[in-house]
Design a protein around this ligand. Structure first.
Ligand SMILES: Cc1cc2nc3c(=O)[nH]c(=O)nc-3n(C[C@H](O)[C@H](O)[C@H](O)COP(=O)(O)OP(=O)(O)OC[C@H]3O[C@@H](n4cnc5c(N)ncnc54)[C@H](O)[C@@H]3O)c2cc1C
Length: 400
């Protein structure tokens, strides 16, 4: 049996950021339990790697605050720890009048959130930034950056270990029980007794929370995001980052182009229901988890909306038919051809859905006297991870 003051379940960017801030702010003996042997195996290493400076989110929202502050802090962290990070800026492109009106909304949000931006009102102005992008207007946000998220996670891990945190990799928490004096955690490598718990288990955070009666009105619905890579000889089609104007009714940003810090240009992700929480390939099925999703009343209510059915069908099509993915990619860069794209990696978003069928769009955590359960560390969770983790650490430190 192992004993620590605090167990953080999940060694993604959020769990490790909580560990970093707890080790800086308190004398607590902290352990991070991570089920994989390799860090960044899930969301924190399978994303677009973009620092979103906060123009996408309503002023005064948690997302806006964490993203704006997170962008600045991540850049400083990357500089300090020698992690690749390129401040290339992002171009959000409008294709019609309705989308152009949305750019005006984004500009207002940028203004209110203190984010730098420039509105480009012509095709020519767009092409000065991105010679192959097509649209009638665009918002250019120079503070957006591309970062190596895997290296970031490993840097956090190194830092917390040096600060005295015990990092257990290959320890899967299977059962959590609340005792009179803290928590008992059954893991794949024995039992842990701890006084305080932080649940940062990403795609599995709801399952663990439900074991101690927390967040039962929510469930994670896994949405896979698939990427294609533009062949290196055609990577000039995107110099920096090109995004579509967001649809405020949908929680995910549409298929976009990102130049990664290693120079690769990736296109994606789509957002398709995954048939398992770690079903990274579109042929992977986890029957138990799929059953859990399909029988969840919140998921069925979500699908009762006509918009969602339409979106689900279109996203499924993009997953199984490359020509549909290519069409979506051509919307922003008409010169891209199917043969320019080759299948790359996929990530799965832990999208929290409430029992009444709402997609939870803001970060959500639930407090107990001796625990914090992070149920929704939704995108831009990578960007926000430093201030968000700090906030959770402060919340827990007040209980200890
Ligand atoms: C396709 C995609 C694109 C994205 N793009 C961006 C982007 O460009 N910019 C941005 O800011 N954000 C982006 N995000 C969001 C961002 O990646 C996430 O918000 C963030 O990584 C969440 O971090 P996390 O630590 O909560 O989750 P995770 O990285 O999933 O970490 C959770 C950890 O818990 C571990 N775990 C789970 N269950 C157990 C258990 N029972 N016992 C022990 N360990 C367990 C897992 O192995 C995992 O390592 C994207 C996400 C996806 C999926």
């Amino acid at each position: 049996m192992m004993r620590h003051d605090v167990a953080i379940v999940g060694g993604g960017c959020v769990g490790l950021s909580v560990a970093k801030h707890l080790s800086e702010q308190t004398d607590l003996d902290v352990a991070v339990l991570e089920k994989e042997h390799h860090l960044a195996s899930h969301q924190s290493g399978r994303n677009s790697g973009v620092l979103h400076p906060g123009f996408n989110y309503p002023p005064d929202s948690k997302k806006a605050r964490f993203a704006t502050e997170g962008t600045a802090r991540m850049k400083a962290y990357c500089e300090e720890h020698d992690i690749p990070c390129e401040e290339w800026g992002v171009l959000v492109v409008a294709k019609d009048d309705a989308e152009e009106a949305r750019l005006d909304d984004l500009a207002e949000q940028a203004e209110a959130n203190g984010v730098e931006y420039e509105l480009l009102r012509s095709r020519e102005a767009i092409r000065e930034h991105e010679p192959h992008a097509e649209g009638q207007a665009a918002l250019y946000a120079p503070e957006a950056a591309s970062v190596d998220s895997e290296q970031y996670v490993y840097a956090l891990a190194k830092e917390v270990k040096e600060a005295g945190v015990s990092l257990y990799t290959g320890y899967e928490v299977s059962q959590i029980e609340h005792g009179t004096d803290g928590y008992y955690l059954e893991t794949s490598n024995g039992r842990f007794d701890v006084s305080y718990l932080v649940n940062a288990a990403g795609l599995h955070a709801d399952t663990l929370a439900h074991q101690v009666g927390v967040g039962e009105e929510y469930q994670v619905v896994p949405f896979r995001g698939e990427y294609y890579e533009v062949r290196p000889e055609r990577a000039g089609l995107c110099q920096t980052m090109i995004y579509p104007a967001p649809n405020p009714e949908l929680p995910f940003l549409g298929v976009h182009y990102t130049r990664r810090t290693d120079g690769k240009v990736i296109v994606g992700p789509n957002a398709v229901l995954a048939f398992g929480r770690e079903a990274y390939d579109n042929t992977d099925v986890n029957p138990r988890e799929l059953f859990e999703t399909l029988t969840y009343p919140g998921f069925r209510r979500l699908l009762s909306s006509k918009l969602m059915i339409k979106v689900a069908a279109s996203e499924l099509n993009k997953s199984y038919r490359k020509e549909k993915f290519t069409e979506a990619s051509q919307r922003l860069v008409p010169d891209v051809r199917s043969e320019d794209l080759r299948k790359s990696y996929a990530g799965i978003r832990a999208q929290l859905v409430s029992e009444d069928g709402e997609l939870v769009k803001d970060p959500l955590f639930v407090e107990r006297d001796d625990a914090v359960h992070i149920l929704n560390a939704v995108s831009p969770g990578l960007t926000s991870s430093l201030p968000f983790g700090e906030h959770i650490a402060e919340t827990l430190a007040e209980k200890a």
